[in-house]
Structure formats: structure tokens, C-alpha cells
Design a protein around this ligand. Structure first.
Ligand SMILES: CC(C)(COP(=O)(O)OP(=O)(O)OC[C@H]1O[C@@H](n2cnc3c(N)ncnc32)[C@H](O)[C@@H]1OP(=O)(O)O)[C@@H](O)C(=O)NCCC(=O)NCCS
Length: 138
């Protein structure tokens, strides 16, 4: 299986949605909201993708300043290709495009919560999320 990896290669919303579905991450993303899906693909500024010929089989989709923080918003590998090193390679290539002080930050899906600790991430229990529509209190 020869997998090629590409950085900021054009990806359509349909390719992205198809990959989310085939990886199971689609269950946790608003894949039926077309505006949202097109928006996340077109407004990400670091996307590393994995391809089996013309088939998108993996993605690490990030938003970053390249210097201090990189939010890895979606990491997904097609179900038929998981646990063969593609996820780790996508993250290593993402890291290669960041400056020396830049950290990778993400929120793990429940099914992948133990994965990140195994591959080198540290857990941070001071991570906070403001849900959409939540009001900032006094
Ligand atoms: C989680 C995911 C991105 C990992 O990518 P991958 O290509 O399958 O993983 P890798 O081959 O790089 O795995 C590296 C190691 O982590 C382990 N691992 C993989 N998935 C794991 C999981 N869900 N939980 C715990 N460990 C996992 C593998 O066993 C492997 O260990 P090894 O090198 O000792 O064999 C991929 O399985 C996936 O897309 N899962 C469904 C969607 C999802 O949950 N994405 C994460 C959103 S935060």
C-alpha cells in the first residue's frame, strides 16, 4: 500500500465528509451542515492529507499561527487504513510545518482518548471550551 502525503492540497467538502464518515469521526461532526463543512475546509490554514492514489484516506486539519499554537481540529483516517501509521505520520508532518515553540492542541474524541498519550502528547486538565451560544458571564 503506497500512501502519499500532501500539505495544503485542495480537498473538496465532499471528500472531507466522505473521509469523516469512513473514519467514524463523522458521528461527532456536523457533516450535514454544508456551510459548516465547506467553511472548515476552506478556512483551515494547515491541512496534511494522505492519499491512496486519488482516494483521500487521512487528514490532519489544523488552524494555526505557525509560531505558538496549532489547534488540530480533525484527525481522521479511513477505517480500512487505520492502525498502519498514517495518523502518526499526519501529525509528524503537521509538526514539521510549525515553528520550534509551537504546540499542538486538540480535543480527543472519546474513542481516541488513550491514543494521544501513547504517541507523546501530555494531558492538560486546564483545557476549557466555551460552547457555541454560551454567554460569557460576569
Ligand atoms: C485515531 C486515529 C486518527 C489514529 O490514526 P491511525 O492511523 O489509526 O493510528 P496510527 O497507525 O498512527 O496508530 C499509532 C498507534 O496508536 C494506536 N492506536 C490507534 N488508534 C487508537 C485508538 N483509537 N485508541 C488507542 N490507541 C490507538 C495504534 O495501535 C498504534 O500503536 P502501535 O504503533 O503500537 O501499533 C484513527 O484511528 C481514526 O481516524 N479513528 C477514528 C476517528 C477518531 O477518533 N479520530 C480522532 C479524533 S480526536
Amino acid at each position: 500500500m503506497a500512501i502519499s502525503f500532501k500539505v495544503n492540497h485542495p480537498i473538496t467538502a465532499d471528500q472531507f465528509i466522505g473521509l469523516l464518515e469512513s473514519s467514524t469521526l463523522g458521528e461527532r461532526r456536523p457533516i450535514h451542515d454544508r456551510d459548516c463543512m465547506e467553511g472548515v475546509v476552506s478556512n483551515s490554514n494547515l491541512i496534511v492529507s494522505a492519499w491512496d492514489n486519488s482516494v483521500l484516506v487521512g487528514i490532519a486539519r489544523s488552524v494555526t499561527d505557525f509560531h505558538y499554537a496549532c489547534y488540530l481540529s480533525d484527525l481522521a483516517v479511513h477505517g480500512n487504513y487505520q492502525r498502519s501509521g498514517i495518523g502518526k505520520r499526519l501529525q509528524a508532518l503537521t509538526q514539521e510545518h510549525l515553528g520550534p515553540l509551537c504546540k499542538l492542541i486538540l480535543i480527543a474524541a472519546p474513542a481516541a482518548n488513550s491514543y494521544y498519550g501513547e504517541i507523546g502528547y501530555t494531558h492538560n486538565d486546564r483545557c476549557w471550551v466555551l460552547d457555541p451560544g454560551a454567554t460569557i458571564g460576569d
